[in-house]
Design a protein around this ligand. Structure first.
Ligand code: HEM
Length: 479
């Protein structure tokens, strides 16, 4: 619990957390409402998983007896083929394949476009605010994540790519999220994956109760954690991320994007009543900011490994560690970044990040002015990301990082493979790497941002000098 915040705020209290300020109202969620959600979870998803596992093992036995090839180990395929044979599976199938009456497909389609309209701001915002700050500081969530080991630097990149791949699949087009679509099935696979993680951790807790503190963190992947994750995806871009780039999404954009995640949350078995309206969603996000975010040693490990991993992305995605730290400090403020023990880069990296903000704002401004350019940007980024990430090696979101007693992760430096190089934008002679290492580590994207910053700075200085000269000449004319 954050000692600087009242544990039970009253309406009218001014709340400030890590640079975000709001006034508590009756409609915010009190701890009395949020705490019980820690012990609730997607029970239908868990029951469906157990049925699928039992069908899978009887299919395996059959195939052994008959000497035929073993059945698919993809739980979704088993669900598809056997959902009529079991009551729980029928209920799971019907619930996830019946479109709720509040779903407005046109609105969801507009929501999908929001991701691509502000693709750079959304991606940088998600990485630096959604991940470095929100995810690392959501203490119950990180306790689950570190137990799967997928947050070791070796596995993290793959994990992040798979999460991003899911996001690309559910925003590709409307058909993708309609029953049977690519994004729809990916989401159901993720729901079953979450149930597998929960089942495994609870199983380990039965013999080793200290493995995971259920009293403190709640059931693994509980309803509160899931609401928090949906809020991070849907609400944080609107109020915690894009405004840091000076972009204010329009009221329609906010409504549409939140509606999209309300539907995805529904498919994931998350209680979604708190995302029924924009106002409720904002109150939910703010309540979670007040109650749920506090850094622990595990947060520092997760933030450290994340930065190590992102700073070692291959070209052209490589960005330097200092760029990530400068951006995190810009977006999240110094308080949380100090708590997460992030470095404090100097002016040069702040300038590069300022260039990133100018670039993102300039693009948003141009897109609002020129609808054709907006269409182009949405189509271009959507097609590019679908080709490069959506269609990359097909993932079934299966259970890869199985929790085991004693398996957890600590801080890890990223280790390069022998055949991989440090992916920098330019190749420099070794002596420069030692003397000016900081500046030789910058990536292609940083070079673009630096150019934008220098160009804008030059333009601004030129304008100031020009208007000074003009004013001077006017004054002389008057004299
Ligand atoms: C409700 C919103 C959520 C969304 C959209 C979401 C999305 C995803 C996606 C796309 C994956 C697949 C990535 C992969 O295969 O590596 C995944 C896996 C996973 N998620 Fe979530 N997630 C959500 C909530 C949560 C919460 C609240 C927790 C923890 C408290 C959590 C913990 C995990 C874990 C442990 C995995 C498995 C990673 C592995 O295989 O090691 N997720 N999630």
């Amino acid at each position: 619990m954050d000692p600087t915040l009242p544990p039970h705020p009253n309406p009218g209290d001014h709340i400030g957390k890590w640079g975000y300020f709001f006034t508590w109202t009756d409609s915010h969620l009190s701890r009395k409402k949020t705490e019980p959600l820690r012990q609730l979870f997607d029970s239908l998803g868990s029951a469906a998983l157990e049925r699928l596992q039992s069908i899978q093992s009887s299919l395996l036995d059959d195939s052994r007896i008959r000497g035929t090839s073993p059945p698919s180990n993809d739980l979704y395929t088993i669900l598809q083929n056997h959902h009529r044979e079991d009551e729980v599976l029928t209920q799971f199938w019907n619930e996830t394949h019946t479109v709720p009456d509040w779903v407005n497909w046109e609105q969801l389609e507009r929501g999908q476009r929001f991701l691509y309209r502000y693709i750079i701001a959304n991606t940088v915002g998600f990485a630096l605010q959604g991940f470095v700050a929100e995810n690392s500081a959501a203490s119950g969530v990180v306790e689950v994540l570190v137990r799967t080991g997928s947050f070791s630097t070796r596995m993290l990149l793959k994990r992040l790519l798979e999460t991003f791949q899911w996001l690309i699949l559910v925003t590709h087009d409307l058909a993708a999220i309609q029953p049977g679509g690519e994004g729809h099935t990916a989401t159901l696979r993720v729901r079953l994956l979450h149930s597998s993680v929960r089942q495994r951790i609870l199983h380990l807790c039965r013999t080793k109760p200290h493995y995971f503190n259920i009293d403190r963190h709640g059931v693994p992947i509980n309803s509160l954690d899931s609401i928090h994750s949906i809020s991070t995806f849907a609400c944080n871009p609107m109020w915690l991320q894009l405004p840091k780039f000076k972009i204010t999404p329009s009221p329609e954009e906010v409504k549409d994007y939140i509606a999209l995640f309300r539907y995805l949350g529904y498919l994931l078995g998350t209680p979604i009543s708190c995302f029924e309206t924009v106002e409720k969603s904002k109150h939910t996000m703010e309540s979670l900011v007040a109650h749920e975010l506090h850094t622990t040693d595990t947060s520092r490990v997760v933030a450290y490994n994340f930065i190590e991993c992102v700073a070692n992305l291959p070209a052209p995605f490589h960005v330097s560690k200092k760029f990530i730290e400068a951006g995190s400090r810009w977006i999240n403020g110094d308080e949380i970044c100090d708590e997460l023990e992030l470095g404090k880069p100097g002016f040069f990296y702040q300038l590069i990040f300022a260039g990133c903000c100018i670039l993102v704002l300039g693009l948003a401004w141009l897109q609002r002015m020129i609808p054709l350019f907006d269409e182009f940007m949405i189509k271009f980024s959507r097609d590019l990301l679908y080709q490069k990430i959506g269609l990359r090696e097909y993932t079934r979101f299966d259970f890869k990082h199985i929790p085991r007693v004693g398996k957890t992760i600590g801080r890890e430096r990223y280790r390069q493979n022998e055949d991989s190089q440090p992916w920098k934008a330019c190749k420099y002679p070794p002596y420069l790497n030692y003397t000016f290492y900081d500046t030789t580590d910058i990536g292609h994207f940083e070079l673009v941002c630096l150019t934008v910053a220098l160009f804008s700075g030059g333009l601004l200085t030129g304008c100031v000098i020009q208007s000074g000269l003009w004013a001077y000449s006017k004054m002389r004319g008057l004299a």
